[in-house]
Design a protein around this ligand. Structure first.
Ligand code: JFZ
Length: 595
């Protein structure tokens, strides 16, 4: 992402954001009044899209402003909620796609101070409260869609542009000729207001950059650079000119990534408040998402949708408070931490690291989702462990760690004795203090339970086709559309035997919708065995790391490996199916020993 941009933020300017790791997203606007229901009909989509979903005419939607009076809004309370949740920044919708400014704007009267009985500027109050509490205030600004403005994109029912309307597929809307005028007359002047009226702003979160030209994306970026050089520009400014990569909504990559990135995520299935959406993720789910995202090097921007009265819904408050209590004990393993040095996901949980700062040795944090019943075995750590303890244990009682070196395959293995009882029901953290900086052998190796996992991140990618793909992106192999491209792995076998081979592919899509391509025909070669197989959805497995999308398992066959040592496995496609344009999204190949 953003590699080609000459104005990329310096490490200094990104430092606070890399340290912060956890922020509060707030979607708040007029759409909180209908709260997901229009004239008795339920909006099947996200709350803030209600105007578009029902093609509500501007004149009618505008009437909502006259009823907007969030008298229970308390900026200090919202900031306190974020702070006690362990969050370090707040990103709030200053203007969403409906075009209504939630601050005092001189550019347009369609704003909270001029058009509502409330008459206060919540952004001003939030800016003050944030300053007091040391929280960074950041703004969301919809720079492309503005359903209130005749020149902008997104509202062909009021402002026909001769283009076909599709409610959900906004990508089909093409930039209309008047769009630059909207940028000049509304978007840019309003962003200027946001960056001059409220003190230092941490980050400008643009959105839905469809049909933006690269030049326009750069202009919106340069505007921020000019007014507040230290303000970070979000990835959705478009055309890869932002300072970090913003994942799709609720989308979590399968492995640690290079570069800065963030996941915006919902607590239920909407951003703005919907009175009938009670599909809340549990605190456990949310904590595991936080830990997993941080272990992959990303930031977690978790959303709340306050009501039209100005209250954050009670289920959100409860979850945030519980997350804050966990972070109070385990924050050392999160803030400013470095990603999982093993690269790939573990079944039991994940890993973060704090590196030496000159006085302290490196610490590795093992975050357990599933607490092991037997002594825990960790493979591939070459370091000496000088100390091990539970992060939640204030007495720092030492855990016994037995190192082992398996010479014939040059393999390091640690066995750690853990108490029978997990210290935390959601995520339990074990600290390993090391003799120096982390030194991990990332060659895939057979685990103590006999299993071997070959992850996409550890594959050698052979782009033998037309050269356009495939690539490892977001922890899976992406853009694998050409049958000439193939993958291979070198891996260590400790205990020879017969293994079932399973290919794991990744679902993608929007919210719950699965866009999974199957039916690829492959030849898999390992240890003198060639297996021809079709990639089918033999099993779908819930993935605690990516709530809406499952892992899809396909059984390939079995293989007998007769000797311990380093072996090679190859996957060559004979036919790739691209119905969803996803292609062969391989996440891993698993070898599971037969009993
Ligand atoms: C956008 C907005 O439309 C939505 O209302 C909300 O503000 C969300 C945080 O961002 O929605 C998107 C943007 C991009 C994708 C999906 C939804 N995407 O690329 O899949």
């Amino acid at each position: 992402m953003m590699k080609g941009h000459d104005m990329k933020k310096s490490d200094e300017a990104m430092a606070w954001w890399r340290e912060a790791r956890f922020g509060l997203f707030i979607h708040w606007g007029l759409y909180a009044i209908p709260a997901g229901v229009w004239k008795g009909v339920e909006n099947p989509f996200i709350a803030e899209w209600i105007m578009k979903v029902f093609q509500i005419p501007v004149k009618e939607y505008e009437q909502l402003a006259g009823d907007f009076n969030p008298v229970k809004f308390d900026a200090e309370e919202w900031v306190r909620v974020a702070k006690e949740a362990g969050m370090k920044y707040i990103v709030i919708t200053a203007k969403h796609h409906d075009g209504f400014a939630m601050y005092d704007s001189k550019v347009s009267d369609y704003d909270i101070v001029d058009a509502t009985p409330f008459g206060r500027d919540p952004m001003k109050e939030l800016a003050e409260a944030c300053r007091k509490e040391g929280i960074r205030l950041c703004f969301y600004y919809s720079h492309v869609q503005d359903w209130h403005h005749p020149d902008a994109l997104g509202n062909p029912w009021d402002y026909p542009s001769g283009q076909e309307l599709t409610v959900y597929n906004w990508e089909e809307e093409k930039q209309k000729p008047t769009f630059p005028r909207y940028l000049e007359e509304k978007a840019k002047p309003q962003v200027r207001e946001l960056l001059t009226q409220y003190g230092p702003i941490g980050l400008l979160w643009y959105d839905t950059p469809y049909d933006m030209t690269k030049e326009q994306s750069k202009e919106m970026t340069d505007l921020v650079r000019e007014i507040q050089p230290d303000c970070i520009v979000g990835g959705r400014v478009g055309n890869e000119v932002g300072d970090y990569e913003e994942m799709d909504d609720n989308e979590i990559p399968a492995a640690a990534l290079d570069g800065d990135w963030q996941v915006p995520a919902t607590m239920n299935d909407t951003w703005g408040f919907k009175k009938n959406d009670h599909n809340w993720k549990s605190t456990q789910t949310l904590l595991r998402l936080l830990v997993d995202i941080v272990s992959k090097g990303g930031n977690f921007l978790l959303n709340v949708g306050p009501t039209a009265e100005g209250l954050i819904p009670q289920p959100s408050l409860e979850r945030l408070a519980e997350m804050g209590r966990w972070l109070e004990i385990n924050g050392e393993a999160i803030y400013g931490s470095k990603p999982n040095p093993f690269g790939s996901e573990f079944d039991w949980g994940t890993v973060t690291v704090q590196s030496p700062d000159g006085t302290n040795p490196a610490r590795m944090y093992l975050h357990f989702f599933d607490w092991p019943a037997e002594p825990f075995v960790l493979d591939g750590v070459r370091n000496k462990v000088t100390q091990a303890f539970l992060l939640a244990d204030t007495s720092r009682q030492a855990l016994n760690v037995a190192p082992e070196y398996i010479e014939n395959v040059d393999h390091h293995r640690l066995t750690i004795d853990l108490p029978a009882q997990a210290p935390d029901e959601n995520v339990s953290v074990v600290v390993l203090e090391l003799d120096g900086d982390v030194d991990i052998d990332t060659t895939p190796a057979q685990r103590a339970d006999g299993r071997i996992t070959l992850s996409a991140v550890h594959a050698d990618v052979h782009a033998a086709g037309d050269g356009t793909g495939p690539a490892r992106h977001k922890g899976v192999v992406e853009n694998w559309l050409d049958e000439k491209d193939w993958l291979s792995w070198r891996f260590k076998v400790l205990e020879p035997g017969t293994f079932d081979i399973v290919v794991v592919t990744a679902e993608g899509g929007y919210h719950g919708e699965s866009q999974w391509d199957g039916g690829h025909e492959i030849t898999l070669a390992v240890a003198d065995t060639k297996l021809a197989s079709t990639i089918n959805a033999d099993e779908r497995v819930y993935n605690p790391r990516c709530v809406y999308w499952q892992d899809v398992l396909s059984n390939v066959g079995k293989v007998t490996i007769k000797k311990a040592g380093v072996h090679t496995l190859e996957v060559r496609p004979d036919k790739i199916v691209t119905a969803w344009k996803q292609g062969f999204r391989l996440k891993s190949v698993k070898l599971v020993p037969r009993p």
